[in-house]
Write a protein that binds this ligand. Structure first.
Ligand SMILES: [Zn+2]
Length: 432
């Protein structure tokens, strides 16, 4: 049988919970995996147009970053060690006001280069000028969900949340048949959106059958604020508005009560854990074991690079795995497969997709290859342990999205990195 591309490697991990295949291979035609198994079997049954041979490689499902603000890479390291409110008001908001679609495109390209180099094949973004981001990242070849941020006050792209909501509907129409772009509805937080705006956002997300993204209970201040305005926790408040559904992807969930956790589980909402950002901004720590035992679908995101300060999901998984062990004084309170699940299969579930986050026949060909022939990854007793506790983004040698090679032997194929870095140095001079 003919196929477009045959990838072989020392190990292939189909999903966090499946057996590793030694001398594994997968055959790709178009944007899909058409066969998976051992290299011997697949070489016998397929005549590929192209081969990718990685004898020291570990093929893994492409990682999914469930929450980020990708152009914020432009503000990486601009202001650290400052409380969230001051950080936003004094350092971030004045710079964001200067962002044009052209600068957003450049920031998007930089973020895509970083994500491709660190094994990320899909991301969920909430920011401004999202249409420009979708245009840029889809040309580069990454899969993305784009939610134009809805706020009660003017954003860098729209004078108010209602106009941003109108633009969201137009974007959904414009991109509806694109294989790599999905449009989400993205009210920023329960405290920066009016009750009416939240209701309209919820209604429109349901009409469009789109994902609804919202920051939720990130800080103790937010919980107090919503309680004083409405007499409820932010989760209870959103639940009463009917905003929490199976298509809701709430972000952070640092300060949750037991009842909040039960609401998230009962509504089938997903929650995105952003450990590094929460730690760096001093917000607190998301109660991961409690959420997992309540059955909440938990995934992982980096948040923007200005509060992280990178987009490397390997670092995020390492933090997510170790934090609860330290807090609960129990090394078995979460284990590596659960954490990898949060960046792959659970992330795909949050996005309502069966065909990404794992490697199987009929799934999209979204994958990364780690080069195990490196001192820091030697020996390799258990590939899942290696991914969660040892690997860094820089260990990724190759990356494929929808059957297209975006990174080959550490070289970006769709981005001119030298030109990009030069342009970034020029543009940030005008921003800071
Ligand atoms: Zn965020």
């Amino acid at each position: 049988m003919r196929c477009d591309l045959l990838v072989t490697a020392r190990f292939l991990l189909p999903s966090p919970h499946e057996q590793v295949i030694e001398n594994g291979a997968l055959a790709i035609t178009g944007d899909e995996i058409v066969d998976i198994g051992t290299a011997d079997e697949l070489l016998l049954n397929h005549q590929p147009s192209q081969r990718l041979e990685r004898p020291s490689g570990l093929i893994i499902p492409g990682l999914i970053n469930c929450h980020t603000h990708i152009p914020m890479v432009l503000f990486r390291g601009l202001a650290d060690d400052i409380p969230l409110k001051r950080w936003l008001e004094e350092y971030i908001f004045p710079r964001e006001a200067k962002l044009t679609p052209e600068i957003i495109a450049l920031g998007t390209e930089l973020a895509c280069a970083e994500m491709i180099r660190s094994g990320t094949t899909a991301f969920v973004d909430m920011y401004f000028h999202e249409d420009k981001m979708a245009e840029t990242a889809s040309k580069i070849g990454l899969r993305g969900w784009y939610g134009e941020g809805l706020l009660d006050f003017p954003s860098p792209s729209f004078p108010d949340g209602y106009q941003a909501l109108e633009a969201t509907i137009e974007m959904a129409e414009k991109w509806k048949n694109h294989p790599l772009v999905e449009i989400a509805v993205a009210p920023h937080t329960p405290y920066t959106c009016s009750r009416d705006l939240l209701l309209k956002a919820g209604e429109i997300a349901q009409n469009m059958d789109a994902l609804l993204l919202i920051h939720l209970s990130e800080t103790a201040w937010e919980v107090q604020e919503i309680k004083s305005r409405f007499g409820k926790t932010p989760t209870e408040y959103l639940y009463n508005l009917g905003v929490l559904t199976e298509k809701t992807l709430a972000i952070h969930g640092v300060h949750l009560t037991e009842s909040d956790i039960n609401i998230l589980a009962a509504t089938g909402s997903s929650l995105c854990h952003c450990p590094e950002s929460n730690l760096k901004l001093g917000s607190g720590i998301c109660p991961v074991p409690e959420l997992l035992s309540a059955g909440v679908n938990l995934c992982i995101g980096t948040d923007g690079a200005a509060s992280n300060n990178d987009l490397d999901l390997f670092g995020e998984m390492d933090f997510a795995a170790k934090l609860p062990k330290g807090i609960h004084h129990d090394p078995a309170v979460v284990w590596a497969e659960q954490i990898l699940d949060m960046s792959t299969t659970a992330a795909a579930r949050a996005l309502g997709r069966q065909d990404i986050g794992r490697l199987a026949k009929g799934c999209k060909a979204d994958l990364a290859i780690l080069d195990l022939h490196r001192p820091g990854l030697t020996p390799c007793f258990n590939p899942v342990s290696q991914i969660v506790y040892t690997a860094k983004g820089a260990d990724v040698s190759d990356l494929i999205v929808a059957g297209k090679i975006l990174l080959e032997r550490h070289e970006l194929t769709t981005i001119d990195q030298e030109r990009l870095i030069h342009e970034i140095h020029q543009v940030v001079k005008g921003l800071v």
